[in-house]
Design a protein. Structure first.
Length: 165
């Protein structure tokens, strides 16, 4: 299950930064396929270069990776097509993430002009209503089962007395 966003970046002509759209907290399910050009002609990264993604999130935190959290390769190269799977950490903060493809070979380093990843806030993240519950038998060990309870008239009166209301 992967959504692949296709963009083109020229290593010589900056132009307008391409935009990619993603949802906050998506994990290893979105990739960016970048057609690499040099002054309009295909640009193939050297076969023995290490290709990575560098990024800066809206909170100012930066990162650089070529492997995912589970140690799988995040980057694949086929000719002038570089495909990068967006790691979980890239999409943890809603807003605009600045990202760039970086090629390193020996003592040489070249970065493509940046593209933007527009991370939309996940509307359900961190917003659990008090009457929602999770069934512990279906997953998380840290799940909380909420069971509504009615207090007797005496218990209500004691609660009011306890808080001094």
């Amino acid at each position: 299950m992967e959504a692949i966003h296709k963009i083109t970046i020229d290593m010589v002509k900056k132009g307008v930064s391409p935009r990619v759209y993603a949802m906050q907290y998506d994990t290893n399910a979105r990739a960016v396929s970048v057609e690499m050009l040099s002054d309009g002609a295909p640009w193939n990264p050297p076969d023995d270069a290490v290709i990575s993604l560098s990024y800066q999130k809206p909170d100012g935190k930066i990162g650089f990776y070529s492997k995912l959290e589970d140690d799988l390769n995040a980057v694949s190269v086929s000719g002038n097509q570089v495909t990068v799977t967006l790691a979980h950490q890239v999409l943890t903060v809603a807003g605009v993430v600045s990202a760039a493809i970086v090629a390193i070979k020996g003592n040489q380093r070249i970065a493509a002009f940046p593209f933007e990843i527009h991370v939309s806030k996940d509307p359900g993240a961190g917003n659990t209503k008090s009457d929602d519950y999770f069934n512990p038998s279906e997953g998380s060990a840290s799940a909380v089962l909420y069971t509504p309870q009615a207090l007797s008239h005496e218990a209500q009166a004691q609660a009011v007395k306890n808080i001094g209301a």
